[in-house]
Each structure stands twice: as C-alpha cells, then as structure tokens.
Design a protein around this ligand. Structure first.
Ligand code: HEC
Ligand code: HEC
Ligand code: HEC
Ligand code: HEC
Length: 499
C-alpha cells in the first residue's frame, strides 16, 4: 500500500475529507465527554433522587435509598477499630485515664462518668447509657440535651416550637429521639445543599450582625459541624440553648461573658467555687489555628473526597483523619504518612504534658480550699481564691474538652493551658498565705486519688448504686421508648456493625 502522503498528493480532496472527518470526530467526542460529566454530577445530586425525601425526614436509611455511597460510608461511623495515640474510634474512659477529673467535677455529673466520644451513629446509644443522664428516679436533664444527638431534633423543634422544646424534660422526649446524628442535620432534603438546622448557631451569628446565608460554601463545610462541636450553655429557666460568643470566640472572651452574667454550671462540692463546665469548643479553638486561617475546613480533614467506580463523592465516614492520611493531609502536604502522624503526636504530647500539670494543680487547689473552709475561713477571705479556681478550671477544660487534644490550634491550646496553670498556682499561693497567717496545719495532706475508683470514693459517690439504677432505666424506660418509636415509624433501624 502507498503511504498516505502519496495518496493525498494524488487526490487532494481526500486530505480535506480526512481533516474535516477528524475534526467532526473530535467535536462529537467532546460533546460526549461533557455530557458524561454533566450526567455524573446530576447522578450525584438529583438523578439518584429515586424517592423524594420529606421535609423533616429523620431516618438515615430512608435518605440512604437515594444516596447509597454517602449512606454506606456514614454507617462506618459505627466502626470502633481504630486507635491513634490519643484519639480514634475506641471509647476511652477519661476518668480512669485522668483520675483528677473526678475531683475537678465533684458535685457535678461528669464526676460519675466521662468517656471519649464515638462515631455519630452511636449518639443515641451513648446519651442513653451515660450515668450523667440519670435513671428512673433521678433525671435532671432538660430536653436541650437532645439537641446535638439526633436527626429527630429539627422535626420536634418544628412540631413543638423551639422554646417549648428546650423547656421540656429530657426524659419526656425519649421516644421521639431514636435516629442518631445524620443526613437531616446537615442537608436540605430537596437540594441536598448544606443547611444549618440548629437555631443556636443561627442566633449566635445574628447577635453579631451576621446572616447565616451569607457564608461561602467552604465556610459551610465547617459550620455544619459548628452546630454541635462548640461551647454552649443553657440560658435561664427555659434552658434556652445559647452559644456564649457575644464578646468573641476565645477562652478569655467567653470567660468575660460568663462572669458578666454571673453564670455558673454548679457550685463545687469541695471548694464551693462557682464553676463553669466547658463543653467542646472544637470550632472555636480550630478557628485560632493556622489551618482555619488558611481556609481549610473541618470537612477537608474529616470528610475527604473518595472515588468508587469512577464516581467522586464525599466520604461520610467522619473519623480521625489519622486513619486516612492519604485522602486527608496528603491532599495538601507532601510529607510521608509516618511523618505527618508524628507531627500530630508531637503537638498532642506537649499539650498533654501541660494539661496534666493543670489537672494536678487545680485538683489540689479544690482540696486545699475545702480544708480552709473546714478551718473556718470566711466568704471574704475565699472570694478571690474561688474566682481564680473558677477561671483556672474553665481554661483547662476549654482545651481538655475540645476534641483532638489541641491539634486544631496547638499554639492557642498551650497559651490557654499556661494561663490555667498560672491561675491555679496563684489560688494555691493565696491559700498558703491564709493557712500560714492563721496557723492552720500546712501543707495540707492530699488524699490518694491515683485511680478513678479511689477518687470517686474520696468525693463520696456510690457507683454500684448509680450503675444499677441506670441498668434498670435501660431495661424499663428505654424499652418503652423504643416500643413507642416503633409504633410511630413502623420499625426501628438497628445501628449495629454488620458482621
Ligand atoms: C487540618 C486537619 C483538620 C481540620 C481542618 C480539622 N480537624 Fe479535627 N482532627 C484532626 C486531627 C489530626 C485530629 C486528631 C485525631 C487523633 O488524635 O486520632 C482531629 C480530631 C478531631 C476530633 C476527635 C476525633 C478522634 O478520633 O479523637 C473531632 C471530634 C474533630 N477533630 C472535629 C473537628 C471539627 C468540628 C473541625 C472543624 C471545626 C475539625 N475537626 C477540623 C484534623 C483536623
Ligand atoms: C447534630 C450534632 C453534630 C453535628 C452536626 C456534628 N457532630 Fe460530630 N459528634 C457529635 C456528637 C454528639 C458526637 C459523639 C457521639 C458519641 O460519642 O456517641 C460526635 C462525634 C464526632 C467524632 C468522633 C469523635 C471520637 O472521639 O471518635 C468526630 C470525628 C466528629 N464528631 C466530627 C464531626 C465533624 C467533622 C462534623 C461536621 C462535618 C460533625 N462532627 C458534625 C455531634 C455532632
Ligand atoms: C455532619 C454533616 C453531614 C452529615 C451528617 C451528612 N452529610 Fe452529606 N455532606 C456533608 C458535607 C460537608 C458534604 C460536602 C458538601 C460540599 O462540599 O458542598 C456533603 C455532601 C453530600 C452529598 C453531595 C455529593 C457528595 O458526596 O459530595 C450528598 C448526596 C450527601 N452529602 C448525602 C448525605 C446523606 C445521604 C447523609 C446521611 C446518610 C449525609 N449526607 C449526612 C455533610 C454531612
Ligand atoms: C486543604 C489543605 C490542607 C489539609 C487537608 C491539611 N493541611 Fe496542614 N496545613 C495546610 C496549610 C495551608 C498550612 C499552613 C502552612 C503554610 O501556609 O505555609 C498547614 C500547616 C500544617 C502544619 C504546621 C502548622 C502547625 O499547626 O504547627 C502541620 C503540622 C500540618 N499542617 C499538619 C497537617 C496534618 C497532620 C493534616 C491531616 C490531618 C493536615 N495538615 C491537613 C493545609 C492543609
């Protein structure tokens, strides 16, 4: 056969034909590719909407029928098989690990029971199980406690009105909250756009003159988490869920806010100090760190993109990024996996070193303050000391209660812990002056609180009794809740790892 150039020389029209033919094929291929990409996006967002989702649909498995990839990965939050050095999906008994915490929370429910959190799919089980929510006889919590646990919250708020919802008793709304944190909490059921469903976040920004609809998509990828992973308190008799952000996001700003309204969560059983309990200011601490400042969002590290069968989607297995460094950190950092994990540990280890010092200092201050009262100290003598203890513990807790052991903003975490230690030691110095001035026996002998058991005995908790009452509650009240929920929904999905 002659080479193609010779044929074209003989018949020039064939050259034109070849040229135009190729152009046409390329054009058609382009059309096809663009249509595939369009379809793919559609298939993610709307074509998969096999069944429209009702406005307040709480059941994750119903959403899952439309979005199987997101749903299947969401169910992996049930996994409990990853432990990093300080975090992961295993449950850690914090009172066992850091027994001083029992003394720090004497007179408050956290001294009974406090574990590291698990995945979102466990939220209902865990709030039922914790000793903090009480039993059939003692059930002190308001319904406000359900707010960050269930996809049933938006539905119930719509039905009852927000104010009435917060005012109700936790125990009275048990049968209405059976679906753990999920799709409804973060998404609009029609468009699947990210959506804020919790009024407290919207109201906190409103008070700062910001409209929740004015945030960018990248900001929303953090704000959906900030509905729950934040510091909050229950305001007034109506237990209205409120974020204390009016003066700013830092530990110091919130401390000033709480001091101004003279708020306290409880009075400490040993020192009688008016105490604050920090919840989990993940979003606030994160905001002060370099990642937030460079525009990285929570979802970038906790919900990375994933590919399956050529489809790119968001991994809804929300977990420690250290179990998935390739899809999280390494999207932006070139270092190898071990190096990046070590970077996290280096920061966490240093923060843990300071938090342990703070815990020991503040526990000693509470105990010494109690002995001062026992010796006949007066309100006047104790006032400044108690304020120092309040501030020291608030600052320690602000870092300790935040998830990730300070990694989200290591420099700020260390600064806040530094001031916690300084205030705790200042309280102890003033106590020492008081003891010496009055000739009371000094130094105060500190009890052995080296285990959770010993510490709980020291503050006078009857743990076997509490645990038995909880078991009874689970066997009676909770069974009844499930029965009622089954009647309402027709069935009850079992959140369990598939064997
Ligand atoms: C730059 C990446 C990055 C960003 C952004 C980020 N995190 Fe994290 N997060 C981490 C790392 C690393 C840990 C520590 C995990 C460990 O110790 O196993 C962590 C831990 C956590 C944990 C505890 C998980 C566990 O297994 O112990 C929670 C909850 C959490 N982050 C929530 C958030 C929230 C909410 C935001 C946004 C406000 C956020 N994170 C932003 C990297 C990130
Ligand atoms: C509706 C409230 C709510 C929203 C919204 C929410 N979380 Fe959570 N999150 C929780 C609760 C409550 C837990 C603890 C569940 C348990 O222990 O049973 C938790 C647990 C976690 C854990 C596991 C913690 C551990 O120690 O293993 C991670 C990681 C996490 N959340 C990250 C996020 C991120 C990232 C976002 C946003 C994309 C987010 N969460 C949105 C309430 C929420
Ligand atoms: C804690 C918040 C949160 C929860 C709970 C959640 N999502 Fe998402 N979802 C996100 C975020 C963040 C994105 C990324 C959106 C973006 O980048 O614009 C996303 C994206 C999506 C998308 C768009 C396609 C994709 O994969 O990126 C779908 C569909 C989706 N989610 C479905 C679900 C379903 C179904 C559930 C329940 C099983 C669910 N989501 C639960 C936060 C959440
Ligand atoms: C979306 C991009 C992005 C992701 C994902 C990301 N980082 Fe970063 N990281 C940055 C940027 C940007 C900086 C700031 C560095 C700069 O601007 O030069 C930074 C800074 C850091 C620093 C130094 C600052 C400090 O806090 O001491 C460490 C360590 C770090 N990242 C670790 C991690 C780890 C570990 C992960 C995964 C859990 C991760 N990063 C995920 C973008 C990212």
């Amino acid at each position: 056969m002659k080479p193609i150039s010779d044929i074209v020389k003989d018949k020039p029209w064939l050259g034109w034909l070849l040229f135009l033919g190729t152009a046409a094929v390329v054009f058609l291929l382009g059309l096809l590719a663009s249509s595939i990409i369009e379809r793919r996006t559609e298939s993610v967002y709307s074509l998969q909407m096999l069944k429209p989702i009702a406005e307040w649909e709480p059941r994750n498995e119903v959403w899952g029928e439309n979005f199987p990839r997101e749903y299947e990965s969401y169910l992996k939050t049930l996994n409990m098989d990853f432990a990093s050095k300080h975090g992961g999906s295993k449950m850690i008994d914090y009172l066992e690990k850091y027994p001083e915490l029992v003394v720090l929370w004497a007179g408050y429910a956290f001294s009974k029971d406090y574990n590291q959190g698990r995945g979102h799919a466990y939220a209902i089980q865990d709030i039922r199980n914790t000793l903090r929510t009480g039993d059939n006889v003692l059930s002190p919590m308001p319904a406000t406690c359900w707010t960050c646990k269930s996809t049933d919250v938006p539905r119930m708020m719509d039905k009852m009105g927000v104010e009435n919802y917060y005012k109700a008793k936790w125990k009275d709304l048990g049968s209405e909250h059976v679906n753990p944190i999920g799709c409804q909490d973060c998404h609009d059921p029609k468009t699947l756009n990210l959506r804020i469903t919790r009024p407290a976040l919207i109201e906190a920004f409103q008070r700062q003159g910001k409209d929740i609809n004015s945030f960018t998509r990248q900001e929303m990828r953090s704000l959906v988490c900030a509905q729950c992973h934040v510091e909050y308190y229950f305001k007034g008799e109506g237990k209205y869920l409120t974020f204390p952000w009016d003066k700013g996001f830092s530990a110091d700003d919130m401390e000033a806010y709480f001091d101004e309204i003279e708020f306290s969560d409880w009075t400490h059983a040993l020192s009688k100090a008016p105490m604050l309990k920090a919840q989990h200011p993940d979003y606030e601490l994160f905001k002060t760190g370099i990642h937030a400042i460079r525009g990285v969002s929570c979802a970038d590290c906790h919900m990375p993109y994933k590919s399956e069968g050529g489809v790119k989607f968001t991994d809804h297995h929300i977990q420690s990024p250290l179990n998935n460094v390739a899809n999280t950190c390494q999207v932006c950092h070139r270092e190898d996996t071990q190096r990046l994990i070590q970077d996290v540990y280096d920061r966490q280890d240093r923060i843990e070193e300071l938090r342990r010092i703070a815990e020991k200092t503040i526990a000693a201050a509470h105990i010494e303050a109690k002995v001062a009262w026992d010796n006949g100290a007066t309100q006047d003598q104790m006032k400044d000391i108690l304020k120092l203890i309040r501030h020291a513990q608030w600052r320690w807790d602000w870092v300790a209660a935040a998830n990730g052991l300070g990694f989200h903003a290591p420099v700020e975490a260390l600064r806040v812990l530094g001031t916690a230690i300084q205030k705790g030691e200042e309280a102890r110095r003033q106590l020492a002056v008081l003891f010496v001035k009055h000739g009371w026996k000094f130094p105060v002998e500190l009890p052995d609180i080296s285990t959770k058991d010993k510490a709980q005995k020291f503050i006078g908790l009857d743990m076997p009794k509490l645990k038995q009452a909880k078991q009874e509650f689970l066997n009676t009240t909770v069974k009844q809740w499930d029965e009622e929920a089954r009647k309402r929904q027709g069935y009850l999905f079992e959140y369990k790892i598939k064997e």
